[in-house]
Design a protein around this ligand. Structure first.
Ligand SMILES: [Zn+2]
Ligand SMILES: [Zn+2]
Length: 350
């Protein structure tokens, strides 16, 4: 079987990889789809954080995947072959301070399938062994193909849980990629009354409208902070979610907040930031960051949002491509035409 194996910056090879065997406590799944993430682009081109410097060469890339259980290892007694599962692709030690307190996403020994920090093969291949713990059963109502979106939606769910959404809250989401759109849908489900979305790409602005944004703003045309104040009687919004990892957008978000508002950063920062500390101070802003998700809490919620239609998976998927097309129609396409896409899913069988 073929896999997309990362050897270094701009050196991803579609080549033969060994068939996986389930070790004790593991299962093997037949991968239905694997989504391409912004962090995969950083790994592919070789940027510093979240990417090349923390990846193990010679490992199959991909961390947004779902599939069908085809084999179970010793000590796995509660999952039958044929079951459809979404994979929460993080491994953690279970005994450090974070793990003991229920924050496995900040585990001292955290690793992510797809080669982040440990040689754990990811989902850009036909079959892969994962821990039983990482697998979450997909209910009827959600296809095994669309379930590959559970991972980015879990990122959004975690971010929303990091921001104090209350009934009637006013929210600004910066960026309408897969995570921004899922945040939009999740805060609406959580009782937000006003959800404004700022996004320069027309394709993604249209998706934000389809997801029911109250207002969609083109930041190249309109002052986002001024718009946020006008929408809230001059005060600014209660919560801003920044999904962009762009300094100017982050600072715009701080300007758009009301006093004592909360900024949640849900972005793969690649460099040191330049934050308008004075604005943040004058407003007594709270700023939180997110790192992936807590699998046991955020994955079931993400799967529920997708299975019930609160988040329509079809609105997030912009293309299905084959494994052999992952460089040209996946990574290079996203590097050069990111504006035209939301989520590209890879079918490892072709
Ligand atoms: Zn990702
Ligand atoms: Zn730990």
């Amino acid at each position: 079987m073929l896999g997309a194996v990362w050897y270094g910056p701009r050196d991803l090879r579609i080549e033969e990889v060994a068939e996986p065997e389930p070790g004790p406590g593991q299962i093997v799944i037949e991968v239905s789809r694997n989504g391409i993430c912004g962090s995969d682009l950083h790994t592919y081109v070789g940027s510093d954080t979240g990417g090349a410097s923390m990846h193990v060469p010679g490992v199959v890339l991909g961390h947004e995947f779902a599939g069908t259980v085809i084999a179970v290892g010793d000590a796995v007694t509660d999952l039958a072959t044929g079951t459809h599962v979404a994979i929460a692709p993080i491994e953690y030690c279970g005994s450090c301070w974070s793990c003991r307190h229920g924050y496995p996403n900040t585990c001292r020994s955290v690793a992510i399938y797809g080669g982040y920090l440990e040689p754990l093969h990811g989902g850009l291949t036909s079959r892969v062994a994962v821990s039983r713990r990482s697998a979450f059963v997909i209910p009827d109502g959600l296809g095994v193909v669309e379930a590959a979106l559970a991972e980015p939606v879990a990122v959004a769910v975690h971010a929303v849980r990091r921001g104090p959404i209350t009934l009637g809250a006013s929210v600004l989401v910066l960026g309408a990629g897969p995570v921004g759109l899922a945040i939009l849908a999740a805060v609406k489900a959580g009782g937000a009354s006003l959800v404004a979305v700022s996004e320069p790409s027309p394709r993604r602005r249209a998706a934000a409208e389809a997801f029911g944004a109250s207002v969609v703003i083109d930041p190249l045309e309109t002052s986002v902070a001024r718009a946020a104040r006008e929408l809230t009687g001059g005060s600014g919004v209660d919560i801003v979610f920044d999904t962009t990892a762009v300094h100017d957008a982050f600072n715009t978000g701080i300007r758009a907040l009301r006093p004592r508002g909360t900024m949640v950063s849900v972005a793969g920062w690649q460099e040191q930031g330049h934050v308008d500390m004075g604005y943040a101070m004058a407003k007594e802003a709270d700023i939180s960051f997110t790192m992936t998700y807590e699998p046991e809490v955020d994955f079931p919620a993400a799967i529920h949002l997708l299975a019930t239609g609160a988040i329509d998976p079809q609105l997030l998927i912009s293309d299905h491509i084959g494994l052999t097309e992952v460089i040209d129609l996946g990574l290079e396409e996203l590097l050069h035409h990111n504006d035209a896409h939301i989520k590209i899913l890879v079918d490892p069988t072709r």
